[in-house]
Write a protein that binds this ligand. Structure first.
Ligand code: AQP
Length: 332
């Protein structure tokens, strides 16, 4: 396919540790398929992670962990640009321009901000303006497609609104992007509370399965996951959120439909389903973990990030030049 016919894809993951199967099935797995027919940029969004306090030494390690995980799940640096957000200054620059063109009213409506600032008397400003930085990440690269989990739908809508608003006011400046969501696995729920999404920051480690979890931990988390007392294996998110969540995870990892799983487990107990799921998850994660160990220690990883930053920087610079021209910033 000629480069001009390719779509531009951008997405990112925060290096906040504990990258879990929700991140993988909801977003990262899509990255791999997309890289074959599109021009893809996959970012480690470290500037997003400091919206809440991070240990600086640990953050550096987590940045390299996510980069190594990107490659371990199958991202090929010859096909995709893999880079760290703070290596390209255009993210912060564009974010300011977009901040001046967004409104406190629309940012106040973001459910993620409401959740993360809940119970705080005063929240960090970055937590409030985070969706604008995300819009900058996307618009900086003239992105057509943004593969993300369902929880990011509202942020993609905001990105589109800001892009359209600026295009209408200043003339065509940005490509208006579309979100891309998987049919199954776009919202993986917490194992200990299937009414909440699986998340990196949840206190209970058994609420999630991290991509780097040991087999014994995976087993424990799945076997003790919350279900219900009906004893029937049936997909019904409203009445059986726990079992439905396990079926979704099973279905995507085993590449089988939920219907086929329901038929296989008809008349059988939750213990059988959980035991088999443990095996399916471990079989999928073991090869990723083996590749991760190799890549994480390699010089190649650092070379990939250096090269990625340079390639992303070229695209970002062209966009920033256009933005400055449109807004009348600078004098060159
Ligand atoms: N539970 C989930 N199911 C499906 N997709 C999910 N994503 C996150 N959680 C789920 C998607 O993973 C991508 C990367 O997420 P992120 O690093 O930007 O952070 P997040 O959305 O804030 O994820 P977490 O894990 O819930 O972290 P904390 O606990 O720090 O808030 C995104 O595409 C996201 O949609």
């Amino acid at each position: 396919m000629a480069v001009k016919d390719m779509k531009r894809v951008f997405s990112g993951v925060q290096p906040t540790g504990n990258i879990h199967i929700g991140n993988y099935l909801g977003a990262m797995k899509q990255f791999i398929e997309l890289q074959n027919e599109n021009e893809c940029l996959y970012c480690i969004v470290d500037m997003h992670s400091i919206t809440l306090p991070q240990d600086p030494k640990q953050l550096r390690q987590h940045i390299l962990d996510v980069a190594a995980l990107y490659m371990a799940i199958g991202l090929d640096p010859k096909k995709s640009i893999i880079f760290v957000q703070s290596d390209v200054s255009g993210h912060a620059e564009l974010s300011w321009v977009l901040t001046c063109n967004s409104y406190t009213g629309e940012l106040s409506r973001m459910t993620q901000f409401k959740q993360k600032s809940k119970g705080r008397e005063s929240a960090p400003t970055g937590l409030f303006t985070y969706p604008v930085l995300m819009a900058a990440d996307i618009l900086l690269y003239d992105t057509d497609i943004v593969p993300v989990g369902n929880d990011q739908k509202q942020h993609i809508e905001l990105t589109r609104d800001i892009a359209i608003r600026i295009n209408n006011k200043y003339g065509k400046t940005f490509v208006v992007p579309d979100g891309k969501f998987v049919k199954s696995g776009a919202r993986i729920m917490a194992l200990d509370n299937p009414d909440a999404k699986m998340s990196k920051s949840a206190e209970n480690p058994h609420s999630r399965i991290s991509l780097l979890d040991e087999p014994s931990k995976i087993k424990k988390s799945i076997m003790k996951s919350t279900t219900d007392s009906e004893g029937v294996i049936r997909f019904d998110v409203e009445h059986k959120p726990g079992i439905s969540n396990l079926l979704s995870i099973y279905s995507v990892f085993a590449d089988e439909t939920v219907e086929a799983l329901e038929a296989r487990y008809e008349g059988r107990g939750y213990g059988d389903l959980k035991k088999d799921l443990v095996e399916v998850v471990i079989n999928n994660l073991t090869p990723i973990q083996e590749r991760f160990k190799e890549i994480r220690q390699s010089q190649e990883l650092l070379d990939v990030l250096q090269d990625g930053a340079e390639r992303a920087g070229v695209i970002a610079e062209a966009t920033m030049k256009r933005v400055k021209d449109r807004f009348g910033l600078g004098w060159k």
